[in-house]
Design a binder for this molecule. Structure first.
Ligand SMILES: [Zn+2]
Length: 302
């Protein structure tokens, strides 16, 4: 068994568990995808037809370029992308992991997925963003999932894959799920789904707005996160949350992220989202350019 094959079997172990032993011997289709500054190994588990593999390759490359556009480069020099088939169409359940063999993004991809579904997918971009952030203690996963959730919309809009108005509409709909509920003890101590994904995303939005206000529009969360990557903070590394935030703050010569963490990390503080949307000019009817922070809003997605 060659190295690639063995690595694949380790990676796909969860999938193979429970399947008939004979199927373990089926070979994946392995392809290489060269990005301008990284190399991806695409691994297709048995069951995809060649046309879908070609479309999936385009989708993976498009997602990688959107993520590279935000971070200034692809976050890591090499990663493996494993697609596992299911009956039906669409992309399901992404997962990013770090192991002895390297970094692996695993997704389930329907055997009848259409190009339109691949174009509308957010999961691949979300997973690739995880590669740009150091691993954190499980209890503080809100920072990882929050960045992936927030930056996914930004990166796709900037790459022209999603209209900005649609991103704001989605955030306006979804961000309230990140507010503290009864019994909440702050982001660091409340590992619910809503606080992890949307509480973390709301943290990122507040940070982005505040960094832009304090830098008079010159800098944003993007430059802060690029600083983390430039400082060696990718998914290859495991860092405490405070180190990630301090490194990001230093990149924009502010203390915005550390302040927000002090404010929201250990306390159940509700954000006045209605006031935030009004200031940004995000309304039910659409976007308003006469709002006080309309310029900040436009800068976030363009
Ligand atoms: Zn995630």
């Amino acid at each position: 068994m060659d190295t690639d094959r063995r690595r694949w079997c380790v990676a796909a172990g969860l999938w193979w568990a429970g399947r008939a032993a004979g199927q373990v011997e089926a070979d994946p289709v392995v392809e290489s995808l060269a990005l301008p500054d990284a190399r991806l190994e695409l691994q297709f588990a048995p069951g995809f037809d060649p046309a879908l593999r070609a479309e999936a390759r385009t989708w993976i490359e498009r997602s990688a370029m959107a993520v590279s556009g935000y971070f200034g480069r692809f976050p890591v020099a090499a990663a493996e992308i494993l697609a596992i088939p299911f009956e039906g169409g669409g992309v399901r359940s992404g997962h990013t992991s770090h192991g002895e063999t390297g970094l692996l993004v695993r997704v389930r991809l329907g055997r009848r997925t259409t190009p339109a579904q691949l174009l509308a997918d957010w999961i691949m971009v979300h997973e690739m963003i995880h590669l740009a952030i150091p691993r954190v203690p499980r209890s503080q996963n809100w920072l990882h999932e929050g960045i992936a959730t927030y930056v996914e919309g930004v990166a796709r809009a900037r790459a022209g894959l999603l209209p900005p108005a649609e991103v704001w509409r989605e955030w306006r709909r979804a961000m309230p799920q990140g507010q503290p509920q009864a019994g909440d003890r702050g982001l660091d101590h409340t590992p619910t789904w809503g606080r992890t994904y949307w509480g973390g995303a709301l943290f990122c939005l507040l940070a982005d707005v505040r960094i832009r206000q304090r830098s008079e529009g010159r800098l944003g969360l993007q430059q802060a996160l690029q600083g983390v990557l430039a400082g060696g903070g990718s998914y290859h590394a495991a860092w405490p949350v405070d180190r990630i935030l301090a490194t990001a703050d230093a990149a924009v010569r502010q203390t915005t992220l550390a302040e927000l963490h002090r404010q929201l990390g250990a306390r159940a503080e509700r954000i006045d989202l209605e006031a935030l949307w009004r200031q940004l000019g995000v309304e039910d009817e659409g976007l308003r350019d006469d709002a006080p922070l309309a310029a900040v809003r436009r800068a976030i997605l363009s």
